[in-house]
Design a protein around this ligand. Structure first.
Ligand SMILES: [Mg+2]
Ligand SMILES: [Zn+2]
Length: 175
């Protein structure tokens, strides 16, 4: 299970009318229901990975210490196996910045994951493109700023995404 961070696990910060990442630990607020939702996936035996773009580090708008503090909070409160984080901006041409699938491919190699049986959950269209490029199923959380383009499922919230995953897990076990 691959989870985008901003807009999925924690609330986005709106800047200039666009959803953006928190830059200071005080701005980092978990969405309600996230602990319960991830707890249910974890209890079902799924490994949970966070895959997040944080270009504000390269842009000089956020320092590594602030980002590390936010990720410490995530690891303390949620049953996450690993947080993969791209700190680059477009100009650096890295292989990890979503919609490129680099973070998913790397995690799959190191954790021996079957990408065809994995799911990418995100809010942005680029999360869906990233999941598709890696060969995963895709679920988008519907927001005013996204379109559903290219997503296999579009649902209201993380709890609804978890329900789909647990249902499919149940049917594949039954089959
Ligand atoms: Mg996001
Ligand atoms: Zn990168």
């Amino acid at each position: 299970m691959f989870l985008d961070r901003d807009g999925v696990l924690n609330a986005v910060v709106m800047r200039d009318g666009k959803p953006a990442s928190p830059r200071r630990p005080e701005e980092f607020v978990l969405e309600s229901g996230v602990e319960d939702a991830l707890g249910r996936l974890h209890a079902a035996g799924l490994k949970l990975f966070v895959v997040t773009n944080q270009p504000d580090v390269s842009r000089g708008l956020m320092d590594d210490a602030a980002l590390d503090a936010m990720h410490r909070t995530l690891r303390e409160r949620l049953p996450i196996a690993e947080i993969a984080c791209c700190r680059h901006d477009d100009a650096q041409g890295c292989a990890c910045r979503k919609p490129k699938p680099g973070m998913l491919l790397d995690l799959a190699t190191r954790w021996d994951l079957a990408l065809a049986k994995s799911v990418m959950i995100g809010d942005q269209d680029r999360d869906m493109a990233c999941g598709r490029a890696a060969g995963c199923a895709t679920i988008q959380l519907a927001r005013p700023y996204n379109s559903g383009a290219g997503a296999q499922h579009r649902v209201a919230d993380l709890a609804a995404a978890v329900a789909i995953i647990l249902q499919q897990l149940g049917s594949s076990i039954a089959a």
